[in-house]
Design a protein around this ligand. Structure first.
Ligand SMILES: Cc1cc2nc3c(=O)[nH]c(=O)nc-3n(C[C@H](O)[C@H](O)[C@H](O)COP(=O)(O)OP(=O)(O)OC[C@H]3O[C@@H](n4cnc5c(N)ncnc54)[C@H](O)[C@@H]3O)c2cc1C
Length: 503
């Protein structure tokens, strides 16, 4: 990865793709025509779309060969080397509408990207809308709301809201985009207490496939509002979102690592306690096979461990009490521990705040409870005999449920609300040559999990777009497909977790 690529995901973003800055490209600008395909067709089409837009576009257009093009099309999953016709770095909703209309005129698909963290299908030969400039954040402390641009990132919202003792339902990484995460449901450390992030979407402004600018909310376009709260990027481009915030004072939490030998008892104890754990307490268990590397704390090097991540938003004494049975079984940690901290502090320690863009393969499933047989399957995968050659080095189990498990009378299609655990098995930091092996291991693991899984998935945790339908209950899927037919009948927004228009 070049320093420019790294910077894109480091928070020190090149200024051309953040608001209000000038970007000085480190590489010489190339004439786009020099990069033309042998028959010149790709660049001519890009030029044609760009010509159509140029005179009425307030943002920037980046054609192949230009530095802004390569930065603007970068996906967090590095093997998704998307090759759009052009990157339209939109300045505002009017730009979004212009770019969508132009793409329709040229009959090319539209891809939407705020950060690239959730790109699951490449926007090849289409117009890629890059929303990273539309990143404003405006907190209303009296109404406890955040009004954010369609390209805002969670880190900025968390920091701005914390000044007023408020917090959004953000996820594990400050670099993840608010819109992509929220439209996909959104599960964070406050979700057991306050529900999916999508449940807190109060209103959205959207540019539809027809280029119309609509407002969706309880008093406006109610069907669209429903579809946006879990239906992903299928229904248009969200140019602005209004989100509910929640008061969060001190948090009791952190991460502690326990010997892998204790994993079976820790998992079983969590399973036995799960139904009684308060909504204020969110825990995540990770089975990790750690490398023998200097970057790993010495007591953990080369070991298989269980990481128990904890976030309790009530009084510290209640948090300690709720955790006590689990910690009694876990025994003394090898590393780490729990302490009172601020909410932004907790958000920073609970997860790797900026996981490196990488080539990664994952498998996700949902479970209602955790049988002894399932625990055996998990333990055999990490730490079992012969698994030291497996590319799967992390299995994360998030405890879901709580407020996410309670149906809302006017809730959207985010689901599934009946799950207790969301699992992600990860084969991280691969090189392209390792992909087939990693796929094989993950497919075999998925087969072993199948008898115990619900068959559902959480959309945001799903990197394989072919399983998109598994993210929804059948009735919701029918309604989503019917609404897709209304808002995007030609399915121009399909470079995503796609829901095709219904009949
Ligand atoms: C390191 C990391 C940590 C994560 N942690 C969590 C977590 O804790 N909880 C969780 O629920 N998910 C988590 N995710 C998943 C994440 O929520 C999804 O990948 C989400 O799609 C990312 O949105 P984005 O805008 O950052 O990504 P992008 O790649 O910019 O967008 C992804 C997709 O979202 C849609 N989209 C984005 N912006 C808009 C918009 N303005 N209007 C319409 N559609 C839009 C598009 O379909 C687009 O293809 C994580 C992902 C990563 C890589």
């Amino acid at each position: 990865m070049t320093p420019e690529e790294a910077a894109l995901f480091d928070g020190s973003f090149p200024a051309s793709i953040v608001p209000g800055g000038e970007y000085h490209p480190p590489l010489p600008r190339l004439d786009p025509m020099l990069d033309a395909a042998p028959d010149g067709s790709a660049s001519r089409s890009a030029e044609a779309v760009a010509r159509r837009l140029r005179h009425q576009f307030d943002g920037r257009l980046h054609l192949p060969g230009e530095t802004g093009y390569d930065l603007g099309r970068l996906a967090w999953r590095r093997d998704l080397d998307q090759q759009p016709l052009l990157v339209a770095e939109v300045a505002d909703a009017a730009d979004v509408a212009r770019a969508v209309i132009a793409a329709r005129e040229f009959d090319v698909p539209v891809g939407v990207q705020a950060t690239g963290h959730g790109t699951v299908r490449p926007t090849d030969d289409g117009v890629l809308l890059n929303l990273s400039r539309m990143a404003y954040v405006d907190i209303d402390p009296v109404r406890a709301t955040a009004r954010v641009g369609g390209g805002a990132r969670w880190g900025d919202v968390v920091a701005a809201a914390a000044r007023f003792g408020l917090a959004p339902i953000s996820g594990s990484s400050p670099a993840v985009g608010v819109a992509g995460y929220t439209l996909g449901g959104g599960v964070g450390w406050l979700s057991r207490r306050h529900g999916f992030a999508a449940d807190s979407l109060l209103r959205a402004e959207v540019v539809t496939a027809a280029g119309n600018r609509l407002v969706a909310g309880p008093d406006d376009d109610v069907d669209l509002w429903w579809a946006l709260r879990g239906g992903g990027g299928n229904f248009g481009v969200a140019t602005e979102l209004l989100l509910r915030l929640y008061p969060v004072g001190q948090v009791y939490g952190g991460v502690a690592y326990f010997p892998g030998e204790r994993a079976g008892e820790i998992l079983a104890c969590h399973r036995d306690q799960a139904a009684d754990l308060p909504d204020e307490l969110t825990t995540a268990l990770s089975l990790l096979r750690l490398p023998d590397a200097a970057t790993v704390p010495e007591p953990l090097r080369g070991r298989t461990v269980v990481a128990l991540r904890v976030c309790h938003t009530g009084p510290e004494a209640w948090g300690r009490r709720a955790l006590a049975p689990l910690l009694a079984v876990a025994g003394p940690p090898l590393w780490g521990g729990y302490a009172p901290m601020t909410w932004p502090g907790a958000a920073a320690v609970l997860d790797d705040p900026q996981p490196r863009p990488q080539i990664v393969r994952e498998h996700t499933d949902l479970f209602q409870g955790m049988s002894d047989e399932l625990i055996d399957v998990l333990l055999a995968e990490i730490g079992g005999p012969g698994t030291n050659r497996s590319p799967i080095s992390a299995i994360n189990l998030r405890h879901v449920g709580g407020a996410m498990g309670r149906p809302l009378p006017d809730g959207g299609p985010s689901g599934h609300r009946d799950a207790t655990y969301a699992l992600i098995a990860i084969a991280p930091h691969l090189c392209a040559a390792q992909l087939p092996v990693a796929r094989g291991y993950l497919a075999a693991f998925a087969r072993r999990l199948r008898p115990y899984a619900t068959g559902g998935v959480l959309l945001n945790l799903l990197s394989d777009p072919s399983r998109t339908m598994a993210a929804y209950r059948p009735a919701d899927l029918g309604r989503l497909a019917a609404l897709k037919r209304i808002y995007d009948p030609e399915n121009i927004f399909h470079r995503n977790h796609n829901i095709p228009p219904g009949p």
